[in-house]
Design a protein around this ligand. Structure first.
Ligand code: F6R
Length: 242
């Protein structure tokens, strides 16, 4: 696992975008694994600029998102499908039919998880997976204690994650406690992994990821086993590293 420490969130986004640019120039029909949350938004803005300048194209890209809330329709403003359309897909030349987010409205969520895994495999696997990290070390919605071999499945969110994400929901608005998430085993099969972390609130999780033991107590520590994983973090997120 490689760790790149940069000054601030803007540098993290620019560095991460450069990796995605290189990937798309090398393989225009790349299969991208994408994430939501606050952290990747600046990177998506960089990719939008690069696309609008004609430096990169998403025309041949396929994408798979990490996770989705179970119980939200794709047009719900807090759904991750809505987020991806709003923050990236609506602004680049991607074919939306080639973008996949786990179906939060699936009638049979367990079957939908298997279909999702199969779709990733049919696409040839993920070439590059973007990740954020939760304060408790989660990746996707793989909360602490998730099996390191887990596959796409329905997962209950911890109170910590529900509380962290409450900021996106209006007071009194229904906030799901269940999700569909790619598993840690699924994530580890991506050819390349790029994890972004910024801010002091992520410092403990980054320390556990980089310097802690490989453990389900910190799901991101599984990346220690990946042969091409890079953590791009700012000085604040690196502040607990020894
Ligand atoms: C989002 C996701 C989550 C977030 C994590 C950090 O698709 O999978 O694991 O990456 O919760 O979120 P932010 O970036 O909002 O701190």
């Amino acid at each position: 696992m490689k760790v790149v420490i940069l000054k601030d969130a803007a540098e993290v986004a620019a560095y991460g975008a450069e990796i995605f640019k290189k990937q798309l120039l090398k393989k225009p029909d790349s299969v991208l694994g994408l994430a939501t949350g606050s952290t990747p938004v600046a990177l998506y803005n960089e990719l939008i600029k690069l696309n609008q300048r004609g430096d990169i194209s998403f025309k041949q890209v396929k994408s798979f998102n990490l996770d989705e809330y179970l119980g939200l329709e794709g047009d719900h403003p807090q759904s991750y499908r809505y987020f991806m359309n709003d923050k990236l897909f609506n602004h680049v030349d991607i074919d939306k039919a080639q973008t996949q987010v786990p179906p939060g409205n699936a009638e049979d969520p367990v079957a939908a998880c298997q279909v999702y895994e199969q779709a990733i495999s049919d696409a040839g696997g993920i070439d590059i997976q973007l990740l954020g990290i939760g304060r408790n070390g989660h990746i996707g919605f793989n909360e602490p204690s998730s099996s390191l071999a887990s596959r796409t499945r329905v997962k209950t969110l911890t109170k910590a994650t529900i509380d962290d994400n409450a900021r996106f929901f209006a007071e009194g608005e229904y906030q799901p406690h269940l999700s569909i998430t790619m598993g840690i085993g699924t994530i580890l099969e991506s050819k390349k992994v790029v994890l972004l972390a910024t801010g002091e609130s992520k410092a403990e999780a980054i320390k556990a990821t980089v310097e802690g033991p490989l453990t389900a107590a910190c799901p991101a520590s599984a990346l220690q086993m990946h042969k091409d994983a890079v953590l791009i973090i700012d000085e604040a997120a690196a502040s607990e590293l020894s």
